[in-house]
Write a protein that binds this ligand. Structure first.
Ligand code: NAD
Ligand code: MG
Length: 480
């Protein structure tokens, strides 16, 4: 990429991680063989096969659920809450101690820049365990009744965009509230979940409290439809979320869904433009845009449109796309060939439907899966790139004239996970925020995460909240 600055390469060493040639499932505290056909996980930046990972069949899932049930009945359920908290603190500290190992492994398996796995994914995962460890013996003060009870066995299925962090969002609240877990990581990014299994062993977590069953969609389906699972938690696409809601309907299972998004990032004419441009970049190019709450629809007040777009393009010209292990890299690899094909398909629609596509100059690496940061202008709300979630580094820019028009356009989506507002006026921020149908609204920032703050969607972005006091409710019942 053309860049204002030339940097010498600064690659992180991968020697800290010891990737085994193959991995089994983690069931009842041990690694065991899976009976399904194993799958390979690759490094998307090089297409190198990193390891072969077991696939859990229905029988394997059944074994994992039975182990989780035993642990719920015999060890974890009856344990003093303060002791559960000690295990969670121990896990949090082990994640910190082995942070560099987790960061390198995450970047190798996922393709995200090491700067992000090191500074965002891993510290936030540890923070989730610390935060929930604190709740373990204070649940009666969470406003959920005087003696809230755990639900039992949680079946959890997560996506590939934040593999360790999504695990933490699922496992930490489940354990803090006294539940046990069967978790299925995404098929393209199973390795940090398997390293987490080692952390569970290192922490002496009683067997069966956390079980990790790898595999693809079929394994996920077996987890969510197992009759002895009490609670289903899913993060992934709206399409799969819908099929899970159908599968769970009519059972006594409790369900939370964290699905897709198409967030509006709204820039008013009184916003500090340079700061807003940084926020726009962070909103859509963080994690290659593989972010459910990405600010993928930029709504700019008409009077500052040209200035914002020019400044944004200048800034994008300085972004470094390439080797995720290089500490200077801003955008890494697209996670899989399938995701790259989907991004290409949706951006092709953008051009045929009449929007104007802009990408910076420069070459992409020859091997691996790559997509340049992309900006579409002349976008109309009816265009597919304004409606469909691309889940890649692709921004659609639209304009508005009045705050009411901004709100109407922002809410003109089937999703409602997040939104951003850029303005110097506090009263405007509060008024507009109130009118936006989005679970999280950021003001003069974007993509900020904190375990104390609930996260979740409206409409087709799903239901239920994760994080904060509200997130505990998904794993507790207050009726007994
Ligand atoms: P996906 O829905 O295909 O896969 C997510 C997970 O579900 C994977 O582990 C997959 O193996 C599993 N799965 C697939 N079919 C299943 C089935 N029938 N039953 C049970 N499990 C099944 O999603 P993806 O394409 O891998 O991930 C991208 C999508 O996830 C995007 O749409 C994005 O918005 C969404 N996402 C949402 C959030 C959020 O917090 N709301 C976070 C990350 C990703
Ligand atoms: Mg991989």
């Amino acid at each position: 990429m053309t860049s204002l600055f030339e940097y010498a390469p600064a690659p992180e060493s991968r020697s800290i991680v010891d990737i085994r040639p193959s991995y089994g499932l983690f069931v009842d505290g041990e690694f065991v063989d899976g009976t399904g056909t194993p799958l390979k996980t690759v490094n998307p930046a090089t297409e190198e096969v990193l390891s072969e990972v077991a696939t859990g069949s229905e029988e394997d899932v059944d074994r994992a659920v039975r182990a989780a049930r035993r642990a719920f009945v015999k060890t974890w359920g009856p344990m003093r809450p303060a002791d559960r908290g000690k295990y969670l603190f121990r896990i949090a500290r082990l994640l910190q101690e082995r942070a560099r190992e987790f960061a390198v492994l995450e970047t190798l398996d996922n393709g995200k820049p090491i700067r992000e796995s090191r500074d965002v994914d891993v510290p936030l995962a540890a923070a989730h365990f610390f935060y929930h460890a604190g709740w373990a013996d204070k649940l009666e003060h969470a406003g959920l009744g005087p003696a809230p009870c755990p639900l039992g066995v949680a079946g959890q299925v997560i996506p590939w965009n934040f593999p360790l962090l999504m695990l933490a969002w699922k496992v930490a609240p489940a354990l803090a509230t006294g539940n046990t877990v069967v978790l299925k990581p995404a098929e393209t990014t199973p390795l940090t979940a398997l390293l987490f299994a080692e952390i569970c062993q290192q922490a002496d977590l009683p067997p069966g409290v956390v079980n990790i069953v790898t595999g693809a969609g079929e394994t996920g389906r077996a987890v969510i439809s197992h009759p002895d699972v009490d609670k289903v938690a899913f993060t992934g696409s709206t399409e799969v979320g819908r099929s899970i809601a159908r599968a769970v309907a009519g059972t006594e299972k409790r369900l939370t869904l964290e699905l897709g998004g198409k967030a509006a990032n709204i820039v008013f004419d009184d916003a500090p433009i340079d700061q807003a441009v940084e926020g726009i970049v962070r909103g859509i190019f963080f994690n290659q845009g593989h972010v459910c709450c990405a600010g993928s629809r930029l709504l700019v007040q008409e009077s500052v449109h040209d200035e914002v777009v020019a400044s944004l393009q200048r800034r994008i010209g300085t972004l470094r796309v390439g080797d995720p292990m290089d500490k200077n890299t801003d955008l890494g690899a697209i996670n899989s060939a399938e995701q790259l094909a989907r991004i290409r398909e949706l951006t092709a629609f953008g051009e045929t439907e009449g929007a104007t596509c802009w990408q910076p100059d420069g070459d992409l690496p020859d091997r691996g899966f790559w997509f340049k940061p992309t900006v579409f202008t002349d976008v109309s709300p009816a265009h597919r790139i304004a409606r469909d979630e691309v889940f890649g580094p692709v921004l659609s820019v639209m304009t508005f004239r009045t705050p009411d028009e901004a709100v109407a356009k922002a809410n003109n989506t089937t999703y409602g996970l997040s939104a951003g507002i850029w303005s110097e006026k506090g009263s405007r921020i509060l008024k507009v925020t109130d009118q936006l149908r989005a679970g999280v609204v950021w003001a003069n920032t974007f993509n900020e995460f904190d375990p104390t703050s609930p996260f979740g969607g409206y409409k087709q972005s799903g239901y239920g909240r994760e994080g904060g006091r509200q997130g505990l409710a998904a794993y507790l019942r207050s009726d007994s």
